[in-house]
Write a protein that binds this ligand. Structure first.
Ligand code: MTE
Length: 319
């Protein structure tokens, strides 16, 4: 058994940074003991289980921020996942019995390789890395999250998209019986998102399969979700079952729901107000009610890595 749960760590201890670092050492030790190499994470050993399992063989990344991560509790109890309700605490309450296995991911469209893949086979070829990213949501809150993920660029390249593929689109599972929030038409299901090929190929883009060194909790998008840290949170589609290489800009859920409020690009931009509120400042979740808000940074602080993608594009129109 290559994935283990540390018996000596109580859930109540999990939030402190000290314990997080201890647990990372445990994880590394576990990976070594199991002989798991970085390039073949042996993640396939994960069976249907939503409990808190450590992921072995996770490397570190130079792309991580050194800001302190939010607590596990903040990250897993303050969520947006309308398939499980529209309240921030609904996903942590109502996604508990969701089974993210078996899980099939279908890749289609303009690519040399396409097909349907079991989740474990899908991610097996790719290196797992921890990426500690600043995340910013449209409603003006932010968090720092230690994701575990695979490079989206590596995934895209492995399917060999043709020159016709200008965009990559993503879809969430569409199944009312497993996702009770889909019984209400609060959004047009399935949830959809998309990136340009250049955005998908940017080294910052990942498909996350875990956080805090552990398998991704259901409320955060198990078993696999998109993370693009320079964009507002709604681009980070959860519970992905389909990836398509397409020629035209794909329809995306929030843009379909309210085009004037949510653009396709959704780059974090403190200079462009949302129609109903300023986007210049943000509240770090967990900082306490009396903590002052902080300035929001252009591209959420990732401008050096991504500003070149938008040269010549009017970011007020292409918001
Ligand atoms: N993905 C799906 N399938 N359904 C959703 O409702 N909400 C989005 C995004 N991905 C959403 C989704 C929004 S609005 C945000 S802010 C992020 O998920 C929140 O991710 P988190 O709960 O892990 O912080």
């Amino acid at each position: 058994m290559l994935i283990r749960k540390p018996a000596d760590i109580l859930p109540s201890e999990i939030t402190s940074k000290e314990n997080y670092l201890k647990r990372r050492d445990f994880m590394r030790a576990g990976a070594l003991a199991g002989g798991a190499a970085l390039a073949s994470p042996a993640f396939a050993a994960v069976v249907p289980d939503t409990s808190r399992m450590m992921i072995p063989g996770v490397g570190k990344s130079d792309l991580s921020t050194d800001e302190a991560p939010n607590s596990y509790e903040d990250i897993t109890t303050y969520n947006n996942y309308y398939e499980f309700g529209t309240g921030k605490s609904d996903p942590s309450r109502y996604a508990q019995s969701f089974e993210p296995r078996p899980w099939t991911i279908t890749v289609e469209g303009h690519a040399e390789k396409t097909g349907s893949f079991d989740f474990d086979d899908f991610i097996k070829p790719f290196a797992l890395e921890e990426r500690i990213y600043r995340m910013r949501c449209v409603e003006a809150w932010s968090m720092v999250i230690p994701w575990v993920g695979i490079s989206l660029a590596d995934v895209v390249q492995s399917f060999k998209p043709t020159s016709k593929a200008q965009y990559v689109s993503f879809e969430t599972l569409d199944d009312k019986s497993r996702m009770p929030g889909q019984r209400r038409r609060v959004l047009a299901w399935p949830y959809r998102e998309g990136l340009t090929i250049a955005e998908a190929m940017n080294p910052l883009s990942i498909l996350a399969v875990g956080l805090y060194g552990e398998v991704l909790p259901n409320q955060n998008g198990a078993p696999i979700r998109l993370v693009v840290p320079w964009k507002y949170g709604f681009k980070g589609i959860k519970g992905i079952v389909k990836i398509s290489f397409v020629e035209k800009q794909p329809h995306t859920s929030w843009n379909m729901a309210a085009a004037k409020e949510y653009g396709f690009y959704a780059n974090v931009n403190p200079e462009v107000s949302h129609p109903r509120w300023s986007q210049a400042r943000e509240r770090r979740i967990g900082a306490g009610l009396f903590a002052s808000k902080q300035e929001t940074l252009m591209f959420n602080g990732y401008g050096e890595q991504v500003a070149h993608l938008y040269k010549g594009l009017d970011l007020r129109r292409n918001f």
